[in-house]
Write a protein that binds this ligand. Structure first.
Ligand SMILES: NC(=O)C1=CN([C@@H]2O[C@H](COP(=O)(O)OP(=O)(O)OC[C@H]3O[C@@H](n4cnc5c(N)ncnc54)[C@H](O)[C@@H]3O)[C@@H](O)[C@H]2O)C=CC1
Ligand SMILES: CCCCC/C=C\C=C\C(=O)C/C=C\C/C=C\CCCC(=O)O
Length: 247
């Protein structure tokens, strides 16, 4: 199996895309630490996964990624339990144009602190084993994801230049059938009048399943040639985005 013996950490793992990524990582031999603020959903998924994959391969940590302190403790516990971290999937996110500060806080600020914490555990310079750290994809929500994309590219370049041995990539799916997608229209705040247009657009381009997103994640996680890439995933198109370059 492609990921035998590797240790993965997935944030927002209790449902939706995070859950599908957790499952594909386990199916491919990895040990997975699930982080989620929803303790009930997290524990109930843990029970299912323990039965399917064995209790020595899964760990659930109830943690709000907005708290850097709690996230730090969670990483510590994961390192103690599994002996290190190889793959970090920075997936936890919300769509809420009403509480827009929270959207930036979780989607961008917490994703950055999660990435830094993961790097502390993964960098070869700190005795880590190297690895990868992907994930991203309403104005504020879009801004949070664009910020994350810039951060991803710069971190990949910094990792390469510093010899961390850590790859950092972004997975950018279009609409995916999850709770975030279904509840999206009620969270558009001052842009609620654009909900129908968004729904028509979603219908036109199609809606991904979480399984399709997980497959693309596995591709990024296992292709060691990829660093600083953004993989765009649509129902009928999958392509690496080309950014303008000064060089
Ligand atoms: N559903 C979609 O159409 C798309 C989603 N995405 C992104 O994929 C990621 C996952 O989205 P979905 O699975 O659709 O969402 P979801 O709402 O179905 O699941 C999100 C999970 O993250 C957890 N979570 C939320 N805030 C948290 C926090 N502060 N700390 C810890 N866990 C937290 C939730 O409890 C939940 O288990 C998000 O970053 C989202 O922006 C990207 C492209 C499209
Ligand atoms: C009915 C929609 C309501 C609100 C939106 C809900 C969820 C959105 C989640 C996202 O992360 C945005 C997803 C997709 C963007 C759409 C298309 C990208 C097209 C890219 C391209 O054509 O190059």
């Amino acid at each position: 199996m492609a990921l035998n013996g590797q240790v993965a950490v997935v944030t927002g793992a209790a449902m939706g895309i995070g859950r599908a990524i957790t499952e594909i990582l386990l199916q491919n031999g990895a040990k997975v630490a699930l982080i989620d603020v929803d303790e009930i959903a997290g524990r109930s998924l843990l029970e299912i996964l323990e039965k399917q994959f064995g209790s020595d391969r899964v760990l659930f940590l109830s943690c709000d990624v907005e708290s850097e302190e709690k996230l730090k403790v969670a990483f510590q516990k994961i390192a103690e339990t599994f002996g290190g971290v190889d793959i970090f999937c920075n997936n936890a996110g919300i769509l809420n144009e009403i509480q827009w500060q929270k959207t930036i806080s979780i989607n961008l600020v917490s994703a950055i602190s999660g990435n830094y914490l993961a790097l502390e555990h993964m960098s070869r310079q700190n005795g880590g084993r190297g690895g990868i750290g992907p994930l991203p994809s309403c104005p504020v929500y879009t801004a949070s994801k664009h910020g994350l994309l810039g951060f991803t590219r710069a971190m990949a370049a910094a990792s390469r230049a510093s010899g961390y041995g850590v790859r950092v990539n972004a997975l950018c799916p279009s609409f995916v059938q999850t709770e975030l997608f279904s509840s999206g229209p009620s969270r558009l705040g001052q842009f609620a009048h654009l909900a129908d247009e968004a729904a028509q657009f979603a219908e036109k381009i199609g809606i991904l399943t979480v399984g399709e997103v997980a497959e693309a994640f596995l591709e990024l996680a296992t292709d060691e040639t990829k660093n600083g890439e953004a993989l765009l995933l649509l129902p009928k198109r999958k392509q690496y985005v080309t950014f303008p370059s000064f060089l």
